[in-house]
Design a binder for this molecule. Structure first.
Ligand code: GRG
Length: 298
């Protein structure tokens, strides 16, 4: 797989097609139930930007690791993301009927099957990490610990719980940031760190720099998500910024205004890029991913 200086879209497109092919291959069999297997494949293979596995591959590449070795761990991270979307769409959570332009898993199948598919995807992610080819056992253990911490009550699920408890409340910027650091930031951070952990003997200093990059990018992802929500809604643009929107839903534009949120996004991008200053061109895919995350249109 190419690495280094590819333009952003080419890099992401290459990662996406390689990750898609590997996911397709790895989830081809193994379930005792055909319907469960179909629901798992439907949930994982139906599109998606593959930002998290691309970040894993880019982090591996920044440390000189062969992308083929980093591929299975990168796919494991995407399984956790896919499971979180399936469960987030359920009637008990966001009750969404559409995801990636198609019926959500519980609409395409049924609620019980969607719950089971999410559960099974979560377990499978850890199986893939435990068995990742070409990676020494201590690194596989470290990756399992990383993903468990990021996806459970200390990370994504904890963030989702804070989000549910925040409905109808107005949050301070610090509270909003705390929620997003857990809900979406933790998995983005784990994506980068897992990619880095695939490289033998990764130094503490490199891992810290990459973690700083990932923390800034995780927040930037969410600020851009909020901006896309607001900018896509012509009803909201032009209305008073700030408290009116803040009461409806805690978001960065609600707390900072549109211009303030855009400035915050730009400063997070700068922080992410600055943290890579000790890396050479081998970290260009990470730089390209940061540019993509803040400029993406969906
Ligand atoms: C229910 C266990 C559980 C966790 C839910 C992350 C999360 C916690 C829910 C996802 C719901 C959501 C829409 C969050 C907002 C930000 C986000 C993660 C958007 C989707 O990520 P993208 O844009 O999606 O990377 P694609 O489709 O490209 O993979």
């Amino acid at each position: 797989m190419p690495n280094g200086t590819l333009p952003t879209m080419d890099y992401l497109e290459t990662c996406r097609s390689r990750v898609d092919a590997e996911l397709d291959r790895l989830i081809a069999s193994g379930s005792t139930s055909k319907r469960l297997q179909e629901a798992m494949r439907y949930s994982v293979l139906g599109g998606g930007k593959r930002i998290r596995p691309a970040l894993s591959l880019a982090a591996a590449s920044a440390l000189g690791q062969d992308m083929e070795i980093a591929l299975v761990p990168a796919c494991a991270v995407e399984l956790i993301h896919a499971y979180s979307l399936v469960h987030d769409d359920l009637p008990a959570m966001d009750n969404d009927e559409l995801r990636r332009g198609r019926p959500t898993a519980h609409i395409a199948f049924d609620e019980a099957t969607a719950i089971l598919a999410g559960d099974a995807l979560q377990a499978l992610a850890f199986e893939w990490l435990a068995e990742a080819p070409g990676i020494e056992a201590p690194a596989r253990l470290a990756m399992i610990q990383e993903l468990a911490h990021a996806s459970g009550h200390s990370g994504m699920v904890g963030g989702q719980a804070i989000d549910l408890e925040s409905v109808g409340k107005s949050l301070t910027l610090a509270q909003l940031e705390n929620m997003h650091r857990h809900k979406t930031g933790a998995l983005i951070e784990a994506s980068v760190r897992i990619g880095a952990l695939t490289a033998p003997g990764v130094s503490k200093r490199s891992l810290e720099a990459l973690t700083t990059y990932a923390k800034a990018l995780g927040l930037a992802f969410q600020v851009q998500d909020d901006l896309l929500d607001i900018e896509g809604d012509t009803e909201i643009i032009g209305k008073p910024q700030g408290s009116d929107i803040a009461r409806a839903k805690p978001t960065y534009p609600a707390l900072l205004g549109l211009d303030g949120a855009r400035q915050h996004l730009s400063s997070l991008l700068n922080s992410a890029l600055e943290s890579l200053q000790d890396f050479g061109p081998e970290a260009d895919p990470l730089r390209a991913m940061a540019d993509y995350v803040v400029a993406r249109t969906h």
